[in-house]
Design a binder for this molecule. Structure first.
Ligand SMILES: [Zn+2]
Length: 306
C-alpha cells in the first residue's frame, strides 16, 4: 500500500456560501478553517481538492428517488426544510449539497486508490435518512459512500465509526439491512436525536463525562471495529463533544479530542486500511474552540505518516 505524501482534503467555497447568512448554523466555520490551515505550518502537507457535484444516481444508492428529485428541483415542503434546519433556505443549498456529497465520494475514491487517510472539510451528515433530512443533514454522505464502495469499488466490508456527540441515526437506519457495513456510534445518551435508531453498535456516554470515560468508550468502539476487520473506515469526526460546545453535553477537552482522533488513526494503521475523515458537528460559541479542534484533526491527520 502506498501512502500519499500529502493529505488530500476536499473543500468548496459553497460549503460556507451555500448556506444563508442568516441561518443559525455557524456557516463561516468552513471558510475560517481553510484560512487557518492555509496559514499554518501544515499548509505544505495538505493538498486541497475541489469537488464536483455528485450525480443523482449516486444519491439513489442511499435515498428514495422521490426525495432526491424533489430536493434537486427545489421542491421540498417548508416542513421538510425546517426539519433539516439550515433555514432560511436558499437555492444555493442544492449545489452546496451536491458538491458536499461529491467531496466525500471523491475523498473516499482517492483513499481507496492511494491508501492512507483523506478527508472532506464538511459533511458527516449522519442525521439524513432514506427519505427525509434532519439536523442540518440533507443527504447522508456516509451511507452514500459506504454503498458506493460496496457496490462499485470492490470493497467487501466497511466500518462507519461515528464519534460525533449526536447519534448517527440516519446512517444506522439506511444501512440496517446491509451486513457488509458495520455502523458504530459513540454519542451522548441525552442528546438529539431523542428517538434513536439502532446501530450495529451503540455506545452511549452519560452527559458531563470527561476525557477518561469518553476515551475508554472510544477504545471499546475501536475494538468492535477491529473485530469486524473492515476494508475501509469512514470516520465521522464531529467535535461537538467539546466542553465549549453549545449543543453537545460532554466535557471533552481539546487534548482529549486529539487523543480520540489518534486512537482512530492508530486503528486504521493497525488494520492497514484507508480511512476517510468526515468533519461532523462543532458548534462552540464563539466558534473558535470548534475551529481549534478541527484544526488539530486535519493537521494531525496530515502529519500522521511523517
Ligand atoms: Zn453532532
Amino acid at each position: 500500500m502506498s501512502t500519499p505524501r500529502t493529505f488530500a482534503l476536499w473543500y468548496h467555497p459553497l460549503y460556507t456560501d451555500g448556506i444563508h447568512p442568516e441561518a443559525r448554523f455557524p456557516r463561516d466555520r468552513y471558510r475560517l478553517l481553510l484560512d487557518r490551515l492555509k496559514g499554518s505550518e501544515a499548509n505544505g502537507r495538505i493538498a486541497v481538492h475541489t469537488p464536483k457535484a455528485i450525480a443523482r444516481e449516486r444519491l439513489l444508492l442511499a435515498h428514495d428517488a422521490d426525495y432526491v428529485d424533489r430536493f434537486l428541483a427545489g421542491e421540498l415542503t417548508e416542513k421538510e426544510e425546517k426539519r433539516i434546519g439550515l433555514t432560511p433556505w436558499t437555492p444555493a443549498m442544492i449545489e452546496r449539497t451536491r458538491v458536499l456529497i461529491g467531496g466525500a465520494v471523491e475523498a473516499m475514491e482517492y483513499a481507496l486508490v492511494h491508501g492512507g487517510m483523506t478527508g472532506n472539510m464538511a459533511g458527516g451528515t449522519h442525521h439524513a435518512h432514506r427519505d427525509f433530512g434532519s439536523g442540518y443533514c440533507v443527504f447522508n454522505d456516509l451511507a452514500v459512500c459506504a454503498l458506493h464502495a460496496l457496490e462499485h469499488l470492490g470493497v467487501e466490508s466497511v466500518a462507519i465509526v461515528d464519534l460525533d456527540v449526536h447519534q448517527g441515526d440516519g446512517t444506522a437506519s439506511i444501512l440496517a439491512d446491509e451486513p457488509r457495513a458495520c455502523t458504530i456510534s459513540v454519542h451522548c445518551s441525552t442528546n438529539f436525536p431523542f428517538r434513536k435508531s439502532v446501530s450495529d453498535h451503540d455506545l452511549s456516554v452519560p452527559p458531563e463525562s470527561g476525557d477518561d470515560v469518553y476515551l475508554n468508550t472510544v477504545r471499546e468502539a475501536l475494538d468492535v471495529c477491529e473485530a469486524f476487520n473492515p476494508d475501509l473506515i469512514l470516520y465521522q469526526a464531529g467535535v461537538d463533544g467539546l466542553e465549549a460546545d453549545a449543543l453537545g453535553k460532554l466535557n471533552v477537552s481539546r487534548e482529549g479530542m486529539r487523543q480520540r482522533n489518534h486512537l482512530v488513526f492508530e486503528a486504521a494503521e493497525l488494520l492497514e486500511v484507508p480511512l476517510v475523515v468526515f468533519m461532523g458537528g462543532g458548534y462552540a460559541k464563539p466558534i473558535d474552540a470548534s475551529l481549534d479542534a478541527f484544526y488539530d484533526l486535519f493537521t494531525d491527520a496530515a502529519a500522521w505518516y511523517d
